[in-house]
Design a binder for this molecule. Structure first.
Ligand code: V47
Ligand code: ZN
Length: 346
């Protein structure tokens, strides 16, 4: 029988991949303070206690409001580089070896950051982070759906224009509120992104019902679903996800923080696994939700009653369904196996 403490230590050292985590949403209090000090007119508090209070949400709309006030702290290419590089440092401390970071370039270009300088800043941070911390980063550019089709056009343009498209870009997403923002209207933009070789990974069924997830599959040709929480209400959908091996990017603590799910014990992750759906564990906007990826693995261990082997299997799921190249996948999978065997050796 593994005790609780040992399992936490195991998770902390386990090499991991994260597939659903937002760029701005990963700004830790340390990073926020640094940005707030550069831009003292911002309404974001820099004191950690006041920040924890600021990061307590009444509902999803309130969360997006607060999220945008942190977006407002990112004003120059240097801010973008600092944020990206420091996020990678925080990831490396948790043994995150690979991450697909969701970036909303529209939010930065519409606030006046030059598009080329933006791309250079994230790419420079990516290269430096890999060299300095050993964490491999890839990008998902997402449309902030509520900002309308203008944001969709701008995002797909930035993602598919040869002179702009960053080397690390692997996928195309859709985020923000779902209520009142039907998915099918984004089909032409996803078609263009997919034609340019990007993978489709929209958020769906986080704050709306299973129909949104069907739309994401049918119209946006989703290869993985961000959250997909409400699929638990549709057995046919669960069977479809399982049969076609469409993974769900599950973010348990996020769902509680934004009030998409009432309590962790009511989280449907167990139903997903029971239905044979591939699940991956993710942190979404970790400092805003008072969590990190290690804590999300601990939550998953509790909800799914997992031991070390079960946790290693979850970590390997994420590697397998990631958009990392095959050699990188094989290397990280082997690292997970080696670590787990060494940990369990008598
Ligand atoms: N749990 C989440 N679920 C969904 N999305 C999440 C989650 N966490 C973080 N996001 C991010 O929030 C952004 C939302 C930004 C947005 O709605 C908006 C609307 C109008 C104007 C502007 C602007 O910038 O001017 C932005 C998304 O693109 C996404 O990357
Ligand atoms: Zn998300």
């Amino acid at each position: 029988m593994t005790d609780h403490h040992d399992l936490h230590a195991f998770i902390a050292g386990l090499p991991k991949a994260e597939l659903h985590v937002h760029h701005v949403g990963s700004a830790s209090p340390r990073i926020v303070s640094e940005l707030a000090a550069r831009h003292p007119d911002s309404k974001v508090p820099s004191d950690p206690e006041a920040l924890a209070d600021f990061f307590t949400f009444t509902d999803f709309a309130h969360f997006i409001d607060v999220y945008l006030s942190v977006v407002d702290l990112i004003r120059t290419p240097e801010d973008v580089r600092l944020l990206t590089y420091e996020v990678a440092r925080d990831m490396a401390r948790q043994q995150i070896r690979y991450a697909e970071l969701t970036i909303t370039p529209f939010s930065s270009t519409r606030r006046g950051i030059d598009e080329r300088a933006f791309m250079e800043a994230i790419e420079d941070a990516r290269t430096a982070a890999e060299a300095d911390f050993g964490t491999v980063l890839r990008w998902c550019f997402d449309i902030p759906g509520e900002a309308g089709l203008e944001s969709a056009e701008e995002t797909v343009r930035l993602a598919t224009t040869d002179k702009l498209r960053p080397e690390g870009l692997v996928s195309f997403g859709l985020g923000g509120p779902e209520i009142g923002v039907p998915r099918p209207q984004f089909k032409p933009y996803f078609d263009r992104a997919i034609a340019a070789g990007l993978h489709s990974v929209p958020h769906a069924g986080e704050t709306t019902g299973p129909e949104t997830i069907w739309d994401a599959l049918t119209d946006l040709r989703a290869e993985r679903i961000g959250h997909g929480t409400s699929s638990a209400r549709d057995p046919k959908l669960l069977a479809h996800l399982a049969e076609h091996r469409i993974p769900l990017e599950v973010c348990p603590t996020s769902n509680i923080a934004t009030r998409a799910v009432r309590t962790l014990d009511e989280h449907p992750i167990k139903e997903f696994v029971r239905a044979g759906v591939v699940v991956t564990i993710n942190s979404d906007d970790p400092p805003m939700f008072g969590t990190d990826l290690n804590n999300e693995y601990a939550v998953a261990a509790r909800l799914l009653d997992l031991d070390e082997r079960g946790l290693a299997a979850l970590a390997k799921n994420a590697v397998e369904v990631s958009f990392l190249e095959d050699a990188g996948k094989a290397k990280l999978t082997e690292e997970i196996d080696t670590y787990t065997s060494a940990w369990l050796a008598p």
